[in-house]
Design a protein around this ligand. Structure first.
Ligand code: HXC
Ligand code: NAP
Length: 265
């Protein structure tokens, strides 16, 4: 698949699944901008992207800071031209019972995942190539599968799904598609280190996945390449699970495993 010369911007694109997607687009010839808080992670992601030789830029900013996000997008577009693919994937998560979660902790996750996604889409809107641009939000099956210990992330990602559908409705007439990808449990990611910190929890989770394994970052990246390509040109407003079927089975297995392991929070 070719993204030769295309401009891709990945908010939260400096590690894990989002960096995997950023690298996949770079390997297909795209110029890729990434944004996250840590200067060190931004530097290292830009170095990884530069290996592909198509052009990379990085911005150390917080998606909760609208002006900083807007400035990073303006600098990207001033250098490379309009954005062809916009990915919004910055997120925070940890295990905590709702009854023990502080309002500020709930707000922190809502602000990063949901307000952050709105900030990224809102600031990028004027810079999207019209017609032709594609937006891809990174959500999770927890958006529609209630999952104990994750009230904050469940609520935030449910909001991300509705931002996806609403913007697809509004921006479709301008030739902009807006979709979301919902990874299931993905191996070797910060998300799974936090959500299944114990081998007993990880094994119970795997047992509840119809495909009986964690997914891989490259399995998410390849779907992202496809969904943002002209092969998927009539798909918009979709939240696509790429989860080995986990969301078919629900979250009871994971909940029981966390409780059996002694719980958290
Ligand atoms: C309970 C916690 C907590 C924890 C932080 N808090 N960690 N509460 N359990 N483990 C509380 C703090 O005490 C504070 O509340 C509030 O949250 C804000 O904390 P800060 O440290 O000030 O927030 P901030 O620096 O903004 O960091 C955000 C963060 C952090 C989410 C808390 O963990 C982070 O930066 N995460 C980014 C990386 C990440 O999580 N990656 C995995 C994504 S996986 P008080 O009341 O004390 O002020 C993923 C999978 C989705 O998203 C699948 C399921 C939907
Ligand atoms: P990750 O490596 O922690 O990725 C999160 C990224 O967002 C990092 O680049 C992080 O960098 C950045 N980020 C976090 N807070 C930010 C903020 N306030 N402003 C700007 N950037 C911020 O986690 P991951 O597990 O790969 O998850 C990536 C995405 O996939 C997330 O949207 C997550 O919800 C989703 N997901 C993951 C799984 C899984 O199995 N891992 C499952 C379902 C959904 P900085 O720390 O430098 O800011």
């Amino acid at each position: 698949m070719s993204y030769q010369g295309k401009v891709v911007f990945v908010a939260g694109g400096t590690s894990g699944i989002n960096l995997g997607m950023a690298e996949a687009f770079a390997a297909c010839g795209a110029r890729v901008g990434v944004l996250s808080r840590s200067e060190k992670k931004v530097e290292s992601a830009v170095a990884a992207l530069n290996v592909h030789g198509s052009g990379a830029m990085g911005f150390a900013s917080d998606v909760r800071d609208y002006e900083a996000v807007a400035s990073a997008l303006s600098r990207t577009v001033d250098t490379w031209g309009p954005i062809d693919v916009l990915i919004s994937g910055a997120a925070g998560n940890f295990l905590s019972l709702a009854s023990q979660l502080s309002p500020n902790a709930f707000k922190a996750v809502i602000d990063i995942d949901l307000l952050g996604t709105f900030n990224v889409l809102r600031a990028a809107y004027q810079h999207l190539r019209k017609p032709g641009a594609v937006v891809l939000n990174v959500t999770a099956p927890q958006a529609w599968i209630p999952t104990a210990f994750q009230v904050h992330a469940c609520a935030a990602k449910a909001g991300v799904d509705q931002v996806t559908r609403t913007c697809a409705l509004e921006w479709g007439p301008e030739g902009v598609r807006v979709n979301a990808i919902a990874p299931g449990p993905i191996a070797d990611t910060e998300g799974m280190r936090r959500l299944a910190p114990d081998p007993a929890i990880a094994n119970a989770l795997i047992a509840s996945v119809p495909c009986r394994r964690y997914g891989r970052v490259d399995e998410i990246a390849r779907v992202a390449l496809w969904l943002c390509s002209s092969d998927a040109s009539y798909i918009t407003g979709v939240v696509l699970p790429v989860d080995g079927g986990w969301s078919l089975a629900g979250s009871a297995g994971l909940t029981q495993a966390v409780v059996t392991a002694g719980g958290v929070g």
